[in-house]
Design a protein around this ligand. Structure first.
Ligand code: T1G
Length: 648
């Protein structure tokens, strides 16, 4: 796992533990031994620690978390590096994360490639740094920088890390040579104090209280960020050893917590989603050009996601006026990104320059991928694919973004149906990470593999879904909403239900969310089903929509809204409309409500699995976490339900 070679008086220790040089026990042991070997070597005066492969050490080995910790423990290894008789220089490329950055802080110096990043993402795994991240970082970069880095888990790029004092130098070319040169210069100067011995300035109590309030608001029930803040305060106010003991105890406690198990579940589910085994060795087609049919909210969002991934895009609309509107929608997405500092003006203009537009399908004769995102009407969509069938190359991938229609009916009669697939994006499509991939019976394995490869290209989380009403996500949403309405009919106030789901970690409850998205979308879908002869019982939402209450956009839905104000207010009008449908059942606790609604989602998930609409429970959890705001630290409905079983 490590090799040592010598460059004069500087030893170079190279770590090679693919895929991400994670600090499993064998690597910890090898590094431990290397310190001993090099300390004992009189010819060596300094050591460079560098990694092979795509990245510097990306942290502790997360696969070891379910097992009892085995020595050498990471905090001891970091201390050993710091106490080594020769200064160590960490040469960082890729991502020095978690235990990887803690190891780098055990080194006397840190030299980073300009493309590198450093971070302490432990809170995103429901834990706190366990090897001095909360204790050494404040001593290296100050308390404020440490609190931001540790409680957000966000990484910082090399240039910013330099200004924060997290690294000592940023280099652009030969990292190894530059780090060896840096070590040689360091040997000619007085060595800086080991980080553990450096002073730290403790802010006052008021500052810590402010931080706690801000972090608690952001965490919405997630425990680790606040526990990390506790560790950071102890680190700022207590001696090093006492702070280390506090951090370690916190780490070991959280490591076995339900939230940490849930976040690990999602971590590995995300990694498994990108390259599911069932694709086998099907080879995806190269997508070098793309087109979107329809420039509305979804079409423009999809076009923006494709442009963000660097693909040239052709935007097709029915006429010039509609093309202009489509381009304006796209432009406003990039302008929004400029306002939020995500893009520069120049980058936004370059995004638009990569867009061709028109209403002539002949523009698509040589396009690799076409995604249809027009109005959710079968006849309209079929007309689009009729034209695509005549115009596009026989090997071009043709996809529909339908969310409710049966994609098989959209593709009926399409020549070369093996190239047709459902790619269901979520609004806003350039932001939401989820992509439901819906193959047809005729879809080829290459086309399916191309769907997954496209998701990686766009930075999306792909989940394969079978064909049913609402695929995975919208089907569970329907069940969630009908269960929530059932509670209302039994007499539980809608505000109580929304508060219970916010208490469970959702950003919004089911009724607030419907008011934001609009009650009419699902209403029209139910009306469509009724018109098609399906027996769809009347919902409370139907009553509100028929009374003109579609949500925020009409100033009222389940709640009332003052003009220009998105704050939901209890509505007498809505209560009046629903009064004779609402009973006076027993009051439910917030926990009862959350358990009922999440159990219903999990039950629908079980039915979906039984029907083969989803391939595994973790796929359903990914859909809910990345598409429907299910709290990540609950692990999704399937994991959450299992967790409740486990806790009973
Ligand atoms: N442990 C074990 N396996 C890991 C791993 C880790 N830390 N990180 C990644 N993998 C596996 C992953 O499952 C996948 O496996 C493969 O590597 C490629 O990952 C004491 C306790 C580094 C930015 O949270 O953020 O240190 O699917 O697809 O897109 O304080 O991986 O191929 O079989 O993500 O190039 C803190 C987690 C740990 C970093 C690379 N560290 N990793 O991204 O590849 S806690 C993290 C990442 C800690 C200490 C505490 C990313 C990456 P497979 P990938 P990528």
């Amino acid at each position: 796992m490590i090799s040592i070679d010598r460059d004069g008086e500087v030893a170079v220790v190279t770590v090679d533990n693919p895929p991400v040089n994670a600090l499993g026990q064998p690597l910890r042991q090898a590094l431990w031994d290397a310190v001993g070997t090099l300390d004992a070597d009189p010819a060596i005066r300094a050591v460079v620690l560098i990694c092979a492969g795509r990245t510097f050490i990306a942290g502790a080995d997360v696969t070891e978390f379910g097992k009892p910790p085995v020595p050498p423990h990471l905090p001891d290894l970091v201390d050993r590096l710091e106490q080594a008789s020769k200064p160590w220089v960490a040469a960082i490329h890729g991502s020095a994360l978690g235990g990887g950055f803690e190891v780098a802080m055990g080194c006397r110096f840190r030299v980073a490639l300009d493309t590198a990043a450093v971070g302490l993402p432990e809170v995103s795994l429901g834990i706190v740094p366990g090897a001095s991240g909360t204790v050494r970082t404040p001593r290296l970069a100050g308390v404020e920088a440490a609190v931001d880095l540790v409680t957000t888990g966000r990484s910082v790029k090399a240039a910013r890390a330099l200004t924060m004092g997290l690294v000592d130098a940023v280099v652009s070319k030969d990292l190894r040579a530059e780090a060896v040169a840096f070590a040689r210069i360091a040997l000619t100067q007085a060595l800086p104090q080991p980080i553990s011995a450096r002073p730290v300035t403790a802010p006052d109590a008021a500052w810590w209280d402010e931080q706690r309030t801000a972090i608690a608001k952001r965490a919405k029930g997630e425990v680790a960020p606040l526990r990390a803040l506790d560790c950071l305060r102890i680190a700022a106010e207590k001696p090093f050893a006492e702070a280390m003991a506090f951090e370690r105890a916190t780490f070991l406690e959280l490591r076995v917590s339900e939230q940490a198990a849930a976040l690990r579940h999602i971590f590995f589910a995300e990694r498994g989603a990108a390259r599911p085994a069932h694709l086998g060795d099907a080879k995806p087609k190269d997508i070098r050009s793309a087109a979107v049919i329809g420039g509305g909210t979804m079409g423009a969002g999809i076009a923006a996601a494709l442009r963000d991934a660097g693909l040239p895009v052709t935007l097709i609309e029915r006429d010039e006026e509609a093309v202009r509107r489509g381009l304006a929608n796209l432009r406003s997405i990039f302008d929004g990104a400029v306002k939020r500092g995500k893009l520069t003006e120049v980058q936004a203009q370059a995004r638009m320059d990569g867009v061709t537009s028109g209403s002539d399908y002949a523009l698509l004769s040589d396009t690799d991928l076409v995604i249809e995102a027009v109005f959710e009407d079968l006849a309209v969509k079929r007309a689009v694919f009729a034209q695509l069938g005549q115009t596009c190359r026989a090997d071009a991938i043709l996809a529909t973004n339908t969310s409710y229609l049966d994609p098989r009916r959209i593709a009926e009669g399409l020549p070369h149906p093996d190239r047709f697939i459902g790619l269901h994006f979520f609004s806003p499509a350039n932001v939401m990470k989820l992509l439901e991939i819906v193959p047809m019976p005729d879809t080829s394995s290459e086309t399916l593999a191309t769907g997954f490869a496209l998701a990686r290209q766009l930075g999306k989380i792909p989940v394969q879904a079978g064909i049913c009403d609402g695929f995975i996500g919208n089907r569970i949403l329907k069940r969630y909403r009908s269960e929530a309405e059932a509670l209302v009919r039994h007499g539980t106030p809608i505000a109580t239900i929304d508060a219970a789901m916010r208490g469970h970690g959702f950003a919004m409850g089911p009724f607030e969310a419907q008011d934001l998205g609009g009650l009419d979308i699902a209403y029209l879908q139910r009306e469509g089903a009724r018109a098609a002869g399906q027996d769809v019982p009347e919902t409370l939402g139907d009553i509100l929509v028929r009374a003109g209450r579609k949500g925020q956009k009409t100033g009222g839905g389940w709640y009332d809204y003052a003009p220009g104000d998105r704050t939901p207010k209890p509505s007498e009008a809505a209560a009046g409309l629903l009064a004779d449908r609402i009973g006076t059942g027993p009051g439910l606790t917030a926990e009862d409500i959350a358990t009922r609604l999440t159990a219903a989602m999990a039950a629908e998930g079980k039915a979906i699995l039984a029907e083969g609409i989803a391939l595994k429970p973790s796929d359903i959890d990914l859909v809910e976490v990345h598409g429907y705001g299910y709290p990540r630290w609950r692990g999704g409905p399937m994991f959450d339900a299992d967790a409740s079983q486990r806790s009973v």
